[in-house]
Write a protein that binds this ligand. Sequence first.
Ligand code: C5P
Length: 400
Amino acid sequence: MLPLHAKRIVLGVTGSIACYKAADLASKLTQLGAEVDVILTAAAEHFIKPLTFQSVTGRRAYVDQDLWGPEGHVLHVKLGKDADLLLIAPATANTLAKLAAGQADNLLTLTALAATAPLMLAPAMDGGMFDHPATQASLETLRARGAHIHGPVSGHLASGLSGVGRMLEPAELAGHARVALGAGGPLAGRRVLVTAGGTQEPIDPVRVIANRSSGKQGYALAQAALDLGAQVTLISGPTALVPPVGAHLLRVQTAVEMRDAVLQHAAAADMLLMAAAVADFRPSQAADKKIKRAEGVPTVELAANPDILKEVSQQAKKPRMLVGFAAESNDLLANAQGKLASKGLDLIVANDVSAQDAGFEVDTNRVILLSKDGGQEELPLLSKYEVARKVLEKAASLLK
Ligand code: C5P
């Protein structure tokens, strides 16, 4: 299932050069599974055609003229009432002023008055216009009324000047839309702590002992938890992945740093998902200068790293739900069952990392969920995001 399956978004597009980015945003939201109804203002139509949006959403895009079409005046009411989110991107100073004043002189502003869904705004305009007290007053009014305002950001502006006025990038807006659409989901009000990626254990200032974990499954868990309405803290080992919008990200390098970060946040969390591939051993002494080849082949002595899950499960104040991961290359079920018990877990996600299409680096995974109560659920080959959703839905149901 796609993350935004069955979610209805009305995307309002107003007259700014950032309209071209709105097409990308409409496409991204559609690819996430949302039904996206686009409404263009008359000024937006000068920059971009409804056909552009229709081509990426597969749905009709609306313009002011549609107000006087066969649906008559009920169109805006229908669009407004059906929406789960009204997102206006780009939002010009003019439209912000109209929204603040409750004016309704075009299809978009009429729909905004009729809508009961959350309102999200992505302002875009020249820096001076954004700074103008009138625009700032509009934004203040809208914020006080509960609108979510994201951006603008600083950078090159169409005027040739640079300043604060650029629309936030579509990928980030899509992330904010996911957070808004997740609110009220099955994990609403829950604090979820996720660890992701592998740890790196220094040998000397330039060399580390690392592992093949990409962090993809952990990042997918953080995103899925956000989609289900949770407050998410993501403790990540080194990875180039982009963290999900809305997650509180803490970067660590070593297992000891990860242990410290987890223990610091675990007491306040309802759920810990320990997806990180934590190094079991570290060099007992990292050299403080780069080891030189001329000095001959070194011997690296190893010391045991802490077992983070085990430590958390022994804390007096700990998350009610502890979820571990067992990446195994043999005797999958027996090993996973053993870890479920020895680490004091509620749920363990077992995956066979010897398969080509599951486990490290790839985008898919094939896992078995084993729970403390003896439950066993074997999932088919799924995307890492789908696996994450299943794990979280299972954990959320156990938490109840
Ligand atoms: O013992 P093993 O590494 O196979 O256990 C895997 C599970 O334990 C994972 O959830 C992993 O994040 C966690 N783990 C841990 N601390 C370690 C090693 C693994 O919390 N030092």
